[in-house]
Design a protein around this ligand. Structure first.
Ligand code: UDP
Length: 238
């Protein structure tokens, strides 16, 4: 199989059918834009489980995604997309780089969700970029920015509800989008506690990658808990 991309937490291979890709999750956890790396046994399997649950659920509520099927503990077959090199962050509460940039305490509830774009470029440390810059640099059209922003907010709204039923607060989340063979912009990549912040609704305990970033205790115990809760909520809905 031809490797077409190797990221920090996933490796992609081209499958025989040119429209499909094999997405292999890895155990690698990174922080500080890849400067700190660690292998965490069990993370790949947990993220595959969690991302599969979420993508299947999103499809069931009418959101088009890259996901096709999970074929193994740490593998999914996904649609080939032409990825848009953006990290699209939606924030519901103040945390992380947003807290730092604006000198705010973590946890404050924003009056409405906010969308931010970061250019996906490790060498540049994923710089913050606005719509004017993106369109001037011919990275993407204004119309595409609007579509992405609307989609990100819509998916965020749906996920707030799903996580709420699982007793979790969705603090913020990073999405990636791509174009399918017909040119439609659809949700790609993964959704797991590696790329969103999830706090327990009652205790506000962090159940996401901040445990690794800030040395707050076992990552896999938290991911296991998220997986278990989502599984129960989704099974109950069926
Ligand atoms: N995020 C991500 N990949 C990145 C940077 C951020 O998935 O390369 C996620 C992160 O997990 C959080 C959200 O995007 O849920 C907002 O992250 P923030 O900008 O606060 O950055 P960080 O605190 O990671 O520096």
């Amino acid at each position: 199989m031809k490797k077409i991309y190797e990221g920090k937490a996933k490796i992609l291979y081209q499958l025989e059918d040119p429209e499909t890709i094999l997405m292999v999750f890895t155990n690698q956890a990174t922080a500080l834009n890849g400067k700190r790396k660690e292998d965490i046994a069990g993370k790949a399997i947990l993220n595959t489980q969690i991302s599969t649950l979420i993508f299947e659920w999103l499809e069931s509520v009418g959101i088009a995604t890259q996901f096709i099927k999970k074929i193994d503990d740490d593998r999914q077959v996904v649609k080939r997309l032409e990825m848009i090199p953006l990290e699209v962050v939606v924030r519901n509460r103040v945390a992380g780089s947003f807290a730092k940039r604006f000198g705010l305490e973590e946890g404050g509830v924003l009056s409405k969700p906010t969308v931010e774009f970061f250019l996906k470029d490790d060498e540049l440390d994923d710089p913050f970029v606005n719509v004017s810059q993106l369109t001037s640099l011919n990275k993407i059209t204004e119309e595409e920015c609007q579509t992405i922003s609307d989609l990100a907010l819509k998916i965020n709204d749906k996920l707030i509800q799903l996580f709420d039923e699982a007793g979790l607060i969705l603090v913020d989340i990073k999405f990636e989008f791509g174009k399918d063979s017909s040119g439609n912009i659809i949700l790609g990549d993964e959704i797991s506690p590696d790329n969103c912040r999830l706090w327990d609704k009652v205790t506000e305990e962090k159940l996401d990658k901040d445990r690794f970033r800030r040395h707050l205790g076992s990552l896999t115990d938290a991911y296991e808990e998220v997986s278990k809760r989502l599984d129960a909520v989704i099974a109950h809905q069926k």
